[in-house]
Each structure stands twice: as C-alpha cells, then as structure tokens.
Design a binder for this molecule. Structure first.
Ligand SMILES: Nc1ncnc2c1ncn2[C@@H]1O[C@H](COP(=O)(O)OP(=O)(O)OP(=O)(O)O)[C@@H](O)[C@H]1O
Ligand SMILES: [Mg+2]
Length: 278
C-alpha cells in the first residue's frame, strides 16, 4: 500500500482519501488534504462541485463513503452522534443558509448554542458574553432586535457572533459573502480576518467570490469533478496554468459549456406560443 499523501497529525483537520457518493453520483473523489491550524483556507469551485458536501464532512454532518476525517489527530468520521456533539462544540458554523431563528431576538440567538452546551446559572455573565461577541462584529446594541429587522449583512454578522459564542477552535463558513453588496461583503471579509488574527481561529471558507478568497485566504484550494485541481496561495492561483482554474477565477464559461449552451440555443428557437396551450 502506498503511504497516504497526508498524515492525521499534519493539520488541525485532515481528510484522507475522502470519497463521497450519493447513489451513483461521485461528488468527492479521493480528496486528501491537511488544514493548517490558525490559517484561513478557502475552498473554491463551480456551483455543484461539492464544496458544501466537503465542508460538511469536516464536522461529520455527512459521513464519507470511503476515506477518513481527523480532528487534532483523532479520527472523527466514525464517532457516534453523542461524541460528535462534543466535538462540534469546538467548531463555529456559518452555513450557506445561516438561518438565525426568526422568532428569537439577536440576544437569544447568540445564547442559544451556549444554553445547549452549558448549564447557565449566571445570567449576568451571559449578558456580558453577548455584548462582547456582538461588539466583535460591530453589532452591540442590537440585542433586542429580531432577525427580520436586520439587513442581510447585519444578519450575517449576528450569525458570526453566534458562531464564536463558544470560543471555537475552527470556524467553517459556507458562502459568507453571497448575496451581499461589495461593501458589505468587504465588512464580512474584514471580520473573518479579524477573528483569525485576534482569536487565532482556524477558518475554512467555502466561496465562489474570488475577491473574498484572495483577500482572506492564506491558501486557496479549487475543487473540480471531485478532485483538487489547484492548491496554493493567491499568487499561485492567479498564475495557475490550468485552463479550468483560469476560466473559473476570471468568471469565464469554458469551451465545452459554451458549445453546449449554443447547441441548446437552437432548440430554444422552437418556442411555445400561447396557442400551443389552447
Ligand atoms: N444529501 C444529498 N443527497 C444527494 N445529493 C446531494 C446531497 N447533497 C449534495 N448533493 C449533490 O452533491 C453535489 C455537490 O453539492 P454541493 O452542495 O456540495 O455543491 P456546492 O459546490 O456547494 O455548490 P454551490 O456553490 O451551488 O453551493 C450536487 O450535485 C448535489 O446535488
Ligand atoms: Mg454550497
């Protein structure tokens, strides 16, 4: 057997030969990588390439079809849900649909994970914690607001404050800037950088926002057809020789996709008219 490309201790999070199938669809095809502690790693790639699925494996919200996942050298992909719950308290999540609870105030949203994991006796200490976490994201004073009263960017900031409520060692962000205007996106980018610098948190950020990836990431990993096709710092990715990487970072459609679209175009010419339904 050849030695695996990465060892369990090579990073705070390590995946070895990570393979995921949904039925016959192969989404992750033997990915091996080690995520370095205290750094920000961005995972990029086209829609549907498996970024979210990859990220879910890091905290075993999905179980690998083959391969292994390690956190601080410990294999976690086979742990039962109870043990996983303990491990997950050491992570913060800001997921794609980072839904705050609409019926709870900002305050209650942030204390929610705390109450889940700690028996809270000192309510005053909670007030302090919420104030401190909200201040971190520039949202102190919004404690009694409901999510519906906040803008999209403010909601993401509250979600971030909630993600850091339990002082996580790792934060996983899924598309943190999607749907935000460029200025608000930049506020989120700056917050991600600040959390990493001030709290020494390891961050994994799934994104297709290249501006964000260049700005925040120490390392950028691109997925394509279930495999890593590029891996390096912003400079390395910008100058990458692979056409697929260049097409993606420049936001261009590839030749194959273009040909398929044009082919589709001829079929579109036979459009329905209201008469067809009479
Ligand atoms: N629970 C599931 N069951 C079946 N197929 C799934 C499941 N979750 C994801 N998939 C499939 O896996 C593939 C990768 O999905 P994933 O959500 O990881 O894409 P993504 O790269 O995050 O895309 P996007 O940028 O649009 O968020 C898709 O084809 C998706 O349909
Ligand atoms: Mg996704």
């Amino acid at each position: 057997m050849p030695r695996p490309a990465v060892q369990p201790d090579d990073g705070i999070l390590v995946v070895q030969n990570l393979t995921k199938r949904f039925g016959r669809a192969l989404v992750l095809d033997g990915i091996s990588m080690a995520i370095e502690e205290g750094k920000t790693t961005a995972v990029i790639g086209p829609s549907g390439c498996g970024k979210t699925v990859f990220m879910k494996h890091l905290i075993v919200l999905e179980r690998p079809t083959e391969g292994q996942v390690f956190f601080r050298g410990q294999r976690i992909d086979q742990l039962d849900e109870k043990k996983l719950a303990g491990i997950r308290t050491r992570f913060g999540f800001c997921f794609q649909m980072s839904a705050l609870f609409d019926s709870l105030t900002v305050y209650e949203n942030i204390v929610f994970p705390v109450r889940q994991h700690v028996k809270v006796i000192n309510e005053k200490a909670l007030d302090k914690l919420v104030k401190q976490k909200l201040a971190m994201v520039g949202m102190d004073g919004y404690q009694q607001h409901y999510p519906a009263e906040l803008s999209g960017g403010q909601r993401k900031r509250v979600a971030l404050a909630r993600a850091i409520a339990l002082n996580p060692e790792v934060i996983l962000y899924d598309e943190p800037t999607t749907g935000l205007d460029p200025v608000t996106s930049d506020v989120i980018n700056e917050l991600i950088i600040k959390l990493q610098r001030e709290l020494k948190i390891t961050s994994v950020v799934v994104t297709h926002d290249m501006n964000s990836a260049y700005k925040i990431a120490d390392r950028i990993v691109m997925l394509h057809k279930g495999k890593i096709i590029a891996d390096g710092d912003a400079e390395h990715i910008r100058n990458h020789p692979n056409d697929l990487v260049q097409q993606f970072i420049q936001g261009k459609v590839g030749q194959a996709e273009l040909a398929a679209l044009r082919l589709g175009g001829t079929r579109l010419e036979t459009q329905f008219t209201p008469d067809d339904f009479r």
